[in-house]
Design a protein around this ligand. Sequence first.
Ligand code: PMM
Length: 266
Amino acid sequence: MGVINVTPDSFSDGGEFADVDRAVEHGLALLREGADLLDVGGESTRPGAERVSPDEERRRVEPVVAALAAAGATVSIDTMRASTAAAAIAAGASVVNDVSGGQADPDLPSLVADAGVSYVVMHWRGHSDRMQQHADYDDVVSEVCDELAKRLNAVVAAGVAAEQTILDPGLGFAKRAEHNWTLLANLDRLRSLGRPLLIGASRKSFLGTLLSEGDPRPAVDRDDASAALTVFAATAGAWAVRVHAVRASADAVRVVQRMTAEEQRS
Ligand code: PMM
């Protein structure tokens, strides 16, 4: 899954693809690099970010989704709002990526149910302006699994078919670096929830901390480390990784597939 942030303020690429033509051009480049799916977002969720208005969010994403869908891409809309998701689905999106897992807008799960599109349900404990206050766990793997299972039940109760859903542990969302690493080392536990897994580690600050030489490594210089994590995610059977730089991760997935086939043969 290639990331297209149509925002002025995302943490790693804010402003780079804020106009429609550049965002579309970037999406087409990510497809050429091997992306199977493009995730278009118009609201930054970096820690501390303030919310964007519904009108502004829709204005940013709708033409980008429409152009990429018309070009034949499978498009995911990264939004917590039913109104934005509805506009994006009408423009051709076939996946809704809801980082709040149905908690931010109670109308979103039923919209997804009616539209019959795929639904990414991410682990989330509150909006970005205060999410790090909720980064408190006794046992992060058990708690994230339990909370995700509850969200899955809630969206199913709202009419979404379990088969429509994809689960995501939400790395960096109400999680400190050590929580992200523990979750990544226990993807088998998340997989045991029985749904495909999406992993979004690309360029996140826990990688900047790991690679720090005094100061954290800048976000755009974390792509090699992100691709290294793609190897782990693919080996652990993740359904997809959400990444900014696609080629290295797409290549890594092909290497893991080839190695897995070889291991099964011998
Ligand atoms: N991370 C970000 C945004 N959207 N969606 C899902 N499903 N999972 C994630 O981990 C995720 C996401 C934040 O990263 P960005 O600011 O680079 O888009």
